[in-house]
Design a protein around this ligand. Structure first.
Ligand code: ADP
Ligand code: MG
Length: 465
């Protein structure tokens, strides 16, 4: 019998070939990795000697490429033969995907990313992952979800126009407002729906001014059946953009078309936004999203872990839900990290790994961090003796390092300002407040300092795990 490694088995179809690839991959990676990253990939088509496989999103490709590039190449070579190639296809992933190679390695089997653009002549920017089916209901999002669902079902015919969803970060606003768009298109693919964040809207508007096509720009948005704008708070301080948005809003609203907005605050609290916009926002319905309660957190974790292809015991789910309480993005982050920790180290997910991971991502971790640890990590970072920060030394670089250490102590420990001040050279609480304010200011104005502080935070957290 001839080996399939030498000639391309053209009589085989895509699904058989991919099955063969999978069986090789399965032998060579931990089962958790296999289930998470390879099983969700589906064979798409066999085009000459190129096997096209569809992946859920770009992230998958990047992850696989980063960690399993060699394995993939070898496998493809083995199954498809020397001329065989692999191409990834992402179905409706945003941002718009162009046909482009995603790997620069000089390798025959280097996969290519193929675009499956829809026939519409603009990009909706909707992420197909954000749908109502995978949005878990809870007390904190009940009204917002119900209203969003109604708008998705009867666009422009409810009195929820505009629908204004507001609340803190990571609580599902983007998910909900995009679910509306996806629902509308599912029932009526010809409807014109677009999603964008208000800062993207602003950038495009500025470009339109520069290119002298503001009319075209505004007519495009006026042509929508449903306009979804995320994070509307970014329009604050941008008067001209607000004016244009006001016009677009009026046109859409007057002709019974839907506007959906999200923001970090309720309309009345959007200080700095034009009053006439604020008043229009209250024409429809404003609904907030609140942090999820314990039961909802467990339900979300259950659902997400299922979709990641892992099954966790109730004990583990509850442990995570008890310790990560602030928002859903963090819950999700914890699961992703858990998967990464487990698959990269080929470790099964046991309670120890869960505890370690929760500790890494939990915002409640400050209980374990001491000022001493912070002093040590910051001194090491600035290549100073540990004592320097505890002395009254006023050299510029020591003062700066000390301010950073004070800032981190205030953010990461539960110590009082007085204790922090005493630790760093017997200073009083007002010095700590001042240091905190200085660094906070720098964080928002200097990306380098921000990066440095984040890296210090990570180092500190790692050193207490
Ligand atoms: P926000 O826009 O409010 O900052 P996102 O919509 O981006 O939050 O949500 C953060 C992450 O949490 C997303 O991946 C989203 O899918 C997920 N998420 C938020 N709320 C829920 C929910 N109720 N059920 C399932 N997933 C959720
Ligand atoms: Mg958002």
């Amino acid at each position: 019998m001839q080996s399939s490694a030498l000639t391309l088995p053209i009589e085989k179809n895509a699904s058989l070939l991919w099955k063969e690839c999978l069986s090789i991959i399965k032998e060579n990676v931990p089962s958790i990795t296999y289930n998470t990253w390879f099983l969700p990939i589906k064979p798409f088509a066999l085009d000459n000697n190129t096997l096209k496989i569809s992946v859920p999103n770009n992230f998958f490709i990047e992850w696989i490429e980063e960690h399993y590039n060699t394995l993939i190449n070898k496998t493809v070579g083995h199954v498809l033969g020397a001329e065989g190639k692999l191409a990834y296809v992402i179905l409706e992933e945003k941002p718009p995907v162009e046909e482009r190679p995603i790997n620069t390695a000089q390798n025959n089997h280097t996969p290519t990313l193929i675009s499956l653009k829809k026939t519409r002549n603009y990009e909706t920017f909707l992420n197909p992952r954000y749908i109502f089916d995978n949005f878990i209901k809870g007390e904190g999002n009940q009204l917002a979800r119900a209203a969003a669902f109604a708008v998705g079902e009867n666009t422009g015919q409810t009195s929820f126009n505009p629908l204004f969803i507001y609340g803190g970060v990571g609580l599902g606003k983007t998910h909900l407002i995009q679910a509306i768009g996806n629902k509308i298109l599912e029932a009526s693919p010809d409807k014109r729906v677009i999603y964008l964040s208000s800062d993207v809207f602003t950038v495009e508007f500025v470009e339109a001014i520069q290119n002298d096509n503001v009319n075209e720009f505004s007519n495009f948005y006026k042509s929508m059946d449903c306009l979804i704008i995320d994070d509307i708070q970014f329009l604050i301080g941008k008067e001209k953009t607000q004016d244009l948005f006001f016009q677009i809003f009026n046109t859409l609203h007057q002709s019974g078309r839907q506007v959906v907005l999200s923001s970090d605050k309720a309309p009345k609290d959007l200080k700095g936004l034009n009053e006439r916009l604020i008043s229009r926002f209250s024409w429809g319905l404003s609904a907030d999203v609140q942090p999820p309660d314990f039961e909802t957190r467990v339900a979300i974790l259950k659902n997400k872990s299922f979709s990641f292809g892992i099954s966790l015991t109730n004990e583990i789910l509850e442990y995570i839900a008890q310790n990560i309480t602030s928002n859903i993005r963090e819950l999700e982050g914890c699961l992703v990290k858990l998967l990464a920790n487990s698959s990269l180290n080929s470790k099964e997910i046991d309670f120890d790994l869960v505890k370690k991971t929760v500790r890494e991502v939990s915002t409640n971790k400050q209980v374990n961090i001491s000022i001493d640890v912070i002093n040590k990590v910051v001194s090491e970072f600035f290549k100073m003796e540990e004592n320097k920060l505890r002395e009254k030394n006023r050299r510029k670089e020591v003062v700066f390092a000390r301010q950073i250490a004070m800032f981190l102590s205030k953010s990461l420990t539960k110590s009082s300002l007085k204790t922090i001040g005493l630790h760093f050279g017997g200073r009083d609480h007002s010095t700590v407040i001042h240091a905190h304010a200085c660094i906070e200011k720098m964080l928002s104005s200097d990306p380098k300092i921000k990066e440095m502080v984040i890296s210090l935070k990570n180092k500190i957290e790692m050193s207490v795990v």
